[in-house]
Write a protein that binds this ligand. Structure first.
Ligand SMILES: Nc1ncnc2c1ncn2[C@@H]1O[C@H](COP(=O)(O)OP(=O)(O)OP(=O)(O)O)[C@@H](O)[C@H]1O
Ligand SMILES: [Mg+2]
Length: 342
């Protein structure tokens, strides 16, 4: 049944980007000046999980590289590289191939980038709201010819953390908003994946539609569910995915996506998650008290509220509710229930 399992990988960059023409156009417009040898415009991509932000950023850069073969481009994910030196080192390594000595001062890395980069370049800064020191953007802004595509869930999570000096410099740029996909678009995305990844006739369009209706506009969940369903059908010796496997597959896919997300959490986020898992629902003060006693090096509630708690919410790990006692935090239930069709 599975013809090419790699097309279901999260890192797989599809040949066609479905239903994101206006976002693709905005990002490619921002990058267009590079075709004339000029620095591109910065852009910011915002939107919920699984809405295609990383995919559109990578596809726009792929398109640019078709026009300008040797444009230096790089990708950094701030969930993994969240310190100032981590981001700067990864950028120097990927953009100019510089070998950076361990623990090199940030100033030296910036100098290397400034001297070695002699043409316009593009940096994708994914999960930028996870940057420990958002002023790192100020450093990157000072590099000649460098334009970025910054990706975050919500604009406030990013810009509210910048100091005035950084804010006024770095907040200029295109804003590109991504909404949840409609069930129609998710169906179309699944259809293309199926035709590349599954044997012909392995799945009916109605079955894809059914998956699409259950994933709340999240393409990642949908694609994972299709792979799970194909495996289950294979296991039963079937050559077509029956609709009865869909609900279970969506639930398994949610659990799989959740496990992967949990494995990426940083220590603060993990402790918060575990406190909510063990003792939730918790009001903010209770949560903070628990966190403080569990974490060896706790940060302030304000800092947690600015970046770590929203991240848990964004990835559908927790839900919050505002009541008379302020916010209450609770583990998100797996949905797997139908949403309105469009
Ligand atoms: N328009 C699209 N066409 C084809 N595939 C898509 C599209 N949008 C998303 N996908 C696929 O869905 C998955 C999730 O997309 P992506 O990683 O771009 O989401 P995201 O918005 O960056 O989410 P997150 O905020 O969780 O990082 C990927 O496997 C991607 O290939
Ligand atoms: Mg992403």
């Amino acid at each position: 049944m599975l013809r090419d399992g790699t097309v279901f990988d999260d890192e797989h960059l599809p040949r066609e980007i479905v239903g994101r023409n206006s976002q693709m156009n905005e990002v490619t417009d921002a990058l267009a000046p590079i075709e004339d040898g000029v620095r591109a415009e910065n852009c910011f991509l915002f939107g919920p999980s699984g809405a295609g932000k990383t995919t559109v950023a990578r596809a726009a850069v792929r398109e640019l590289r078709r026009e300008v073969l040797d444009v230096p481009t790089a990708y950094v994910n701030c969930w993994k590289d969240y310190t100032r030196s981590g981001v700067l080192e990864r950028t120097a390594k990927n953009l100019v191939g510089a070998a950076i000595p361990k623990n090199a001062p940030a100033r030296d890395v910036i100098d290397t980038l400034q001297t070695e980069l002699d043409s316009p370049s593009v940096l994708i800064i994914d999960e930028v709201d996870q940057l420990q020191d958002p002023d790192t953007l100020y450093d990157l802004h000072s590099i000649r010819g460098l334009a970025w595509i910054c990706i975050a869930n919500r604009e406030v999570d990013l810009l509210a953390r910048l100091d005035d000096r950084t804010h006024s410099r770095v907040s200029v740029g295109y804003r590109v908003q991504f909404d949840r996909y409609t069930a129609d678009t998710v169906t179309e995305i699944l259809d293309r994946r199926a035709s590349h990844g599954l044997e012909q006739g392995a799945v009916q369009r109605e079955t894809l539609r059914r998956i699409a209706e259950l994933v709340d506009g999240d393409a990642r969940r949908a694609i994972t569910a299709l792979r799970v369903a194909a495996r289950k059908a294979d296991h039963e010796g079937l050559s077509t995915i029956p609709e009865r496997l869909v609900e279970d597959s969506v639930l398994s896919a949610e659990a799989e996506v959740r496990q992967k997300t949990i494995s990426k959490l940083n220590h603060h986020q993990r402790v918060l998650y575990e406190c909510i898992e063990r003792w939730g629902p918790l009001i903010q003060k209770e949560l903070y008290d628990r966190y403080e006693s569990e974490h060896p090096d706790p940060i302030t509630l304000r800092a947690l509220r600015k970046s770590h708690l929203p991240k848990l919410e964004h990835y559908n790990l927790i839900t919050t509710e505002r009541g008379a006692d302020g916010k209450t935090y609770e583990l998100a239930e797996s949905s797997g229930t139908p949403v309105g069709t469009d």
